[in-house]
Design a protein around this ligand. Structure first.
Ligand code: ADP
Length: 426
């Protein structure tokens, strides 16, 4: 059985290579991630040459040694000793063989094969675009990001200094998805607007509509600002550059504003990307009443850099987040195209967040009661309640939660807040 699957793995790769080579309209995002690795396709730029399936790549990526021996009796494949490569001999017959030998499920998940089947009416209800949608995009991968970083450094080695000031994640490395976050309808509308803008960049450029894509998320801690910024990486297929604030501010004269320049230079060079600055107020504190020259210079550097980037102009989506909007410098505030509020969740939102967090755990719980009892809790607080409830159940060797477990979780938050208040009062 395992051997049959192995043969199907190999034939799938050979078929897709043949189809890919014969059709220049297919691109890297039509290849499955494994095919990209086996064929060694690691770039979206330029004319693409033919891909080959070598025995060494099959061994390295799939761990299948001596693939040609496994396919020895397969009439529709050929092994070229010179170069140790495998090929399919006739595409239509090979494809038919694949369909007859249980390959249909694989065809639906492989965009190159789905494209061929759709074009030639070989399977009912087959959709090339649906198959593309379920495969991770190349531009979401770490491999793609690393290539972009190397290219950036090859063009300008000085930008290396900026890399120490940020943490860069490829979309595939980001855990948060939009499905995990309960957004308000206002937030959903604003994300939709950005999506439409990104799909119509040329049009907006031509009509000089530039004031899009500088967002400020404001609201109390734990209301999903960071989570949403990260989730956008997967929605827009852009890496996220997260500013490491402690590294940016320096006691040395002028160094903070230089660091701000460095960060924005990296963002412009690596674009398209999301530049995320959490605790934005820390860098853009109001200058009023502050006669500290270095701080003023830093705010000025920030303002100048914000003016020089944009989603429409240079594909950088700026997301600032702050728990203290009132501290923000007025000029910095005005530079954002959209200020998006993140409030503490109301009853209905708490219910939705709890339902999401409790998926698969909560058959016996009164979720509405917990939602009613948690007025004033943030999304992060609710997450902690659920985490505590799950641990309580697990200690008790249960994998389903009860109302009591959730009460234990709520008590934890109440005690935590009580001890904080006590300590704050001295
Ligand atoms: P902030 O950046 O506003 O301080 P975070 O995004 O770090 O908040 O949120 C902390 C945690 O709380 C996240 O892990 C997230 O899962 C959860 N959370 C907060 N708000 C929501 C929400 N609206 N829906 C789902 N989860 C949320």
């Amino acid at each position: 059985m395992a051997r049959d699957e192995e043969i199907l793995d190999l034939i799938e790769l050979l078929l897709a290579a043949e189809i890919f080579n014969q059709n220049q309209n297919l691109d890297i995002n039509d290849l499955t991630p494994i095919a990209r690795e086996v064929y060694g396709v690691q770039s979206m730029e330029g004319e693409r040459g033919p891909v080959v399936v070598s025995e060494s790549a099959l061994q390295k990526v799939l761990g299948i040694p001596d693939a040609h021996l496994r396919l020895e009796k397969h009439p529709l494949t050929v092994y070229e000793e010179f170069g140790h490569r495998l090929r399919i001999t006739t595409l239509p017959a090979g494809f038919n063989w694949f369909i007859k030998h249980n390959g249909e499920k694989r065809i639906r998940k492989n965009p190159v094969l789905a494209w061929y089947a759709e074009k030639n009416n070989l399977l009912s209800d087959i959709s090339h675009s649906a198959s593309r949608d379920i495969n991770p995009r190349f531009e979401d991968s770490r491999v793609s990001l690393d290539r972009r970083i190397s290219k950036m450094l090859a063009d300008d080695e000085k930008l290396r200094a900026g890399l120490d000031l940020i943490i860069i994640s490829a979309p595939e490395e980001v855990e948060q998805t939009l499905d995990d976050i309960i957004c308000t309808s206002d937030q959903v509308q604003r994300i939709l607007k950005l999506k439409v803008a990104l799909e119509n960049l040329e049009f907006l450029r031509a009509h000089q509509v530039f004031d899009i894509g500088k967002l400020l998320f404001i609201g109390p801690p734990g209301t999903g600002k960071t989570s949403l910024a990260f989730a956008l990486t997967r929605v827009f297929h852009m890496p996220i550059l997260e500013v490491r604030l402690p590294m940016v501010t320096s006691q040395y004269l002028g160094e903070t504003s230089k660091n701000i320049d460095r960060i924005f230079e990296v963002a412009r060079s690596l674009s398209p990307c999301i530049l995320f600055i959490d605790e934005f107020d820390f860098l853009a504190k109001s200058r009023i009443g502050d006669d500290h020259g270095a701080m003023k210079r830093a705010v000025n550097a920030l303002l100048k850099n914000i003016d020089r980037i944009g989603l429409i102009r240079n594909n950088v989506l700026l997301v600032g987040a702050t728990n203290h909007p009132q501290l923000l410098d007025e000029a910095a505030w005005r530079r954002f195209d959209e200020v998006i509020p993140f409030d503490l969740p109301d009853l209905a939102t708490r219910q939705l967040i709890l339902e999401r967090l409790l998926q698969g755990f909560s058959s016996g719980c009164d979720v509405s009661a917990v939602a009613r009892e948690t007025d004033g809790y943030s999304g992060a607080d609710l997450k902690m309640v659920v985490r505590e409830a799950i641990l309580t159940a697990l200690i008790d060797s249960r994998t389903q939660l009860t109302n009591e477990d959730l009460t234990t979780g709520q008590n934890l938050i109440k005690n935590r807040d009580a001890s904080r208040n006590k300590n704050c009062q001295g």
